[in-house]
Structures are given as C-alpha cells and as structure tokens.
Design a protein around this ligand. Sequence first.
Ligand code: SF4
Length: 291
Amino acid sequence: MTELYPTYHKLNEFEKFQIIPSKYQHLMEKLPSKLLGYDTNTKVEKGKKQGYTTGVNYMSPYKTYPYGNVCAMADKFKCHGPCLNESGRGKFSVNQVARFRKLALFKDHPELFKEMLIKDIETGIRKAKRDNTKVAIRINGTSDIDIVRLYLDILKEYEDEVEFYDYTKIVKYLLNLQKLDNQISNYHLTFSYSKVKTAQEYIEQATKTKFNIAMVIKNENQVTRLMENEYKIKLYGREYNLINGDDDDLRFLDTNNSIVLLKYKETRASQEDIDNFVVDIDDLPRNVELT
Ligand code: SF4
C-alpha cells in the first residue's frame, strides 16, 4: 500500500518549498491511520445528548500547495483567513500534518481515500451500535468538495444508517442536491454566509433555495441577544427564524427556513478578514435586517 502513497513523489517539493518543517517530513511517508475522527470536539460531542455519534473528516483546506484548491469559493467568500486558524507560517503542528496527509491521499489516490472513508463509516456504525446511538458524518469538516458527485454510491449505501451533512459555499451543490431530492434522503447541506461583496450574488441565489444559511456572529453575547429577544433575520428580503448553531452540530435536525448562528471563534485571521466575514449585529451589512 505504501508504494502507492503519493507524497513520496512530492517529498522533495515539500523540502524545497519548506511546506512542512523537516522535523515533520517523515510523517508524510505514512498513510493516515483514519479519515474520520468520532466525537473529537466539544461541539460534536454535544450531539451525543441527542443520540448521535458524529464523525468528521478534517483535511487541509483552501489552496494547499501542491494540491490545488479544495474550497472553490473561498476566494470569493474570503473565509480562508478565519478558517485557517492554526496555519500561520511556521506554526505547523502534528495535527496539520495529519490534515495534509488526508488531502494528499484524497488528491493523489482518490480510490484509496474512498476505501478508507468506507472503512471509517463502518467503524462509526459499529461504535454507534455499542453506544446505542445513531451516526452522523461530516466529510467536509475543513473542505468543500463535491460529495454528491464523488460519493453518491456511499450516500445511497448507508441511507438507513448514516446522516451525512456539511456546510458549503457552493450554490451548485445546493441546486444539485435539490434536484436529487427524491434519490438522496441522508445528505444535508447548510449554506454559509459571508459579508464580503464578492459573495453576495451567491448568497442571494442561496436564499432562493430551500436550504438554511449559517452566519458567523461577532461574539456569544450577540448570539444570546438575538436568541433571547426572539429576533428574526431578513436576508435579501426573505425572513428566517434563528437557531443557535453552537448548541450542537446536528444541522440535519434544524427546522427549514432558518439562519444558523455561530459565534466567531478566535483565529489568527487579520482584522480585515474578520471584518469581511463576521457579522456584527450592531453594524449590520446592507442586506441583513433584524425583524
Ligand atoms: S471556511 Fe470552508 S470553504 Fe472557507 S477555507 Fe475553510 S473549509 Fe474552505
């Protein structure tokens, strides 16, 4: 299996461009041990109370040389700054090498990636049986790849056993999923909002679909204020109910016609990136209205 492993061929590139610090480069010679981590952060753990074991795949997002872009709309939505919270230059961690290895596998050996994904889904199903829970899986933990195009067979195979869900910034994914409504019942998408001008035409298109929209709000106080005062948000003329998205990550349980509020979590993003992406309810963007 290791003979197949892509990064051998690129190791000299990593060295040449110092993509991965030399002390971590030997790790690129190994396959990832798994793709999905189950119940590995506080937010997905909250889903346990609602009877779900949640598996998430985190791989290096956006444009990671030499692997191209796994977040096609990140430039337009200016989300890569607030997203890449751990990847300041020279701040490479073992965790990030792990994410990088998954990306390398996905790009260079997609069949192997898929095999591993299926294996991990099976692991989750067995775990859930032991824990007497159901299974939820988010493949795009830190990426925005086309799940329906790549893994339609997996979605169908596990229709009765797994709820798949993701956040996306790609309207085409919403429209395709909408078209396949009667074929896929276990994949759920939430569209992600951004304040920046270049994202607005896509957000307006998303408001014309049935999908909910996630919005990152400046801080917890603002989220609480919105929830306690039972505000609604009007976006491009459409009025949405509000959900506190930090209560859990089980987006497929959200009621329709909702905006999912997520409090901004500290990152190393520049102030400009934060201003482009995060909503301050005391200084609302032009197309957002509280009602
Ligand atoms: S926020 Fe999403 S689309 Fe943007 S860079 Fe991160 S994973 Fe990619």
